[in-house]
Ligand binder design. Sequence first.
Ligand SMILES: Nc1ncnc2c1ncn2[C@@H]1O[C@H](COP(=O)(O)OP(=O)(O)OP(=O)(O)O)[C@@H](O)[C@H]1O
Ligand SMILES: [Mg+2]
Length: 256
Amino acid sequence: MSGYGRTEPVVSVENLHKVYKSKRTPFGRPVSVKALKGISLKVYPGEIVGIVGESGSGKTTLAKIIAGIESPTKGRIFVKKPIQMVFQDPFSSLNPRMKVKDIVVEPVEATRKIQKHQRFKLATELLKKVGLDEDALEKYPHEFSGGQRQRIAIARAISIDPQVLILDEPTSSLDVFVQAQIINLLLEIHKRTEAAYLFITHNIPLVINFAHRLVVMKDGEIVEEGNAWETYNTPKHPYTENLISSVPSKIFSLIG
Ligand SMILES: Nc1ncnc2c1ncn2[C@@H]1O[C@H](COP(=O)(O)OP(=O)(O)OP(=O)(O)O)[C@@H](O)[C@H]1O
Ligand SMILES: [Mg+2]
């Protein structure tokens, strides 16, 4: 993807650091965790960047900082708005007391006023875009399956036509068949919107099927990054090699 170098990035972070000060102090003194130790990353329009790395390597922390949910301890962030994030667990990321029709338009309403009839139309269109029908409008999140809930979360995220969509393990709480459906939906949305995707996953064989670039994180740092297929087939760092050999590769035959 050499052309990306000539355009302006939609996300650019420089030397990001994040220190969490833990309140739990087993020995009576404050414990701090260095979750990010100097991350620099640029993401270009329409690019799909796969972010991988073992548990605790700082992927979610990086995602939250880019999405503006958390602030860094140190470093520079440039993000071309709008930006949205889809979380791993659609059970806890959707407000259980809100109806679907209100959930999906909420990000829009945070930026502008919409009239009642437009609201209904917008909510219906958003549901259609994620393969759900009008029946869903008056229901609550608990009335849906995990896959359907993730569709609702995606509808909500795309409501403001984000230029950047952060997907933090968006399918890992779902069974393999539903995972493939959600991935296909996300790829279809990508084709249509050309939003940049930051796709966090533990499933490297899956993500290399559609990511342009792979970013490998370890202990709050990027240890390797490059073209997704090249990095997968010829990893330069032993950590990447280990990571690749330790994940199952069941799902990618289901993506079409
Ligand atoms: N709110 C918090 N308070 C204290 N420490 C935290 C907090 N959030 C994350 N951490 C710590 O920061 C480090 C990075 O966590 P993070 O959630 O970013 O990892 P991750 O790569 O997303 O892991 P996983 O693959 O399990 O989701 C870990 O050591 C974690 O325990
Ligand atoms: Mg995480």
